[in-house]
Design a protein around this ligand. Structure first.
Ligand code: HPA
Ligand code: ZN
Length: 333
């Protein structure tokens, strides 16, 4: 099997994808039209031209504007269903999707509308495509901790449908320490916890996510490499990093893909995984990310298999399920 065939054949778990970041311009136009909401673009081409980001904030401004057209349960269903079809194409057999409740509740959309639409798509993905999934709700870190507490309160009735909480949005200036109390409450309520850290923010934010938020995984974390002591800690604890190569390139976290550190992290024994983050905005879904790093960094078939194995080991599925997928990967030649 050559490298491209192996990437396609590998079963994969996606652990870092924002469902609002899978919103393709064609679907955005269709939903805007049926909801009679005007968007500041005349065509799909014009939307794509607006996607020339130079950092996280310039992306987030457009990403939040796009989410404004999502109003009804059916809109959230359609958004998630379109992503599951991409998963099926890429042999992503399990996904743990982020959603940003505050992006919607702050516009007057009920929490229930969002969760019902997403949950129905998850149920259909299992029944029709055989894809399993979990939902992780993220607090927007540019908002207050008090607002995050309110969101946690709203989520409690849906506790059985949400496996964990996360932390996303503008990183620099909004360290994990700002959310220490609400994460403690989320853990007490039984949620697993993850946080974006070390994407644009410094290695110090990764320490805070570990020590103060007591996370089960770090999202991004690529700047951890700047701190050798932190690297030792990540390796010793087998702490997963959900790395997103095309996102890092598009938001100028790295200058070109040859400079990406995912292979060095892997070789040093860090538990890295490959993910798409906001695939509609960053130019590719799971396999596009695999192909981009495989080609730029000349990854071997063994390294590609290890990355796929890591994705299941770092996931929140049962040990039995993990072993089933890992055995299948090991059997590929
Ligand atoms: N970083 C922070 N917040 C986000 C991202 C990201 O990559 N994508 C969507 N929200
Ligand atoms: Zn992200």
């Amino acid at each position: 099997m050559n490298r491209l065939e192996l990437i396609q054949a590998l079963p994969k778990a996606e652990l870092h994808v924002h469902i609002e970041g899978t919103f393709e311009p064609e679907l955005m136009f269709a939903i805007a039209q049926r909801n009679e909401i005007s968007i500041p673009y005349k065509s799909v081409e014009e939307v794509k031209q607006a996607y020339n980001f130079h950092n996280l904030q310039s992306f987030l401004d457009i990403y939040y504007a796009g989410a404004n057209v999502l109003i009804h349960e059916q809109d959230f269903y359609d958004l998630a269903w379109a992503y599951f079809e991409k998963c099926a194409d890429d042999n992503v057999v399990h996904t743990e999707m982020f959603f940003d409740p505050q992006t919607h509740t702050d516009r007057g959309i009920a929490f229930e509308t969002v969760i019902n639409g997403l949950q129905k798509a998850c149920d259909d993905a299992k029944a029709k495509l055989g894809i399993t999934s979990h939902l992780i709700m993220c607090f927007l870190r540019h908002l207050s901790e008090e607002a995050a507490f309110e969101t946690l309160e709203q989520a409690l009735p849906y506790k059985d449908r949400i496996i964990g909480v996360g932390l996303d949005s503008s990183e620099v200036g909004h360290p994990p320490s700002k959310f220490e109390c609400v994460f403690a409450k989320a853990r007490e309520a039984g949620f697993l916890v993850v946080a974006h850290a070390g994407e644009e923010g410094p290695a110090e934010y990764v320490w805070e996510a570990l020590d103060l938020l007591k996370v089960n995984r770090i999202d991004h974390g690529v700047r951890s490499e700047e701190d050798p002591e932190l690297m030792q800690r990540l390796i010793a604890e087998k702490m997963p990093l959900t790395v997103c190569p095309l996102s890092n390139l598009k938001l100028c976290v790295v200058d070109d893909m040859q400079q990406h550190n995912i292979r060095r992290l892997l070789q040093q024994g860090v538990h890295v995984t490959v993910n798409s983050d906001d695939p509609s905005y960053f130019g590719g879904y799971m396999n596009d990310n695999f192909i981009a790093i495989a080609e730029a960094l000349d990854l071997s078939n063994e390294e590609l298999k290890q990355l796929a194995i890591n994705s299941f080991e770092a996931s929140f599925i049962s040990d039995t399920e993990k072993q089933k997928w890992i055995s299948l990967i090991q059997a590929l030649v």
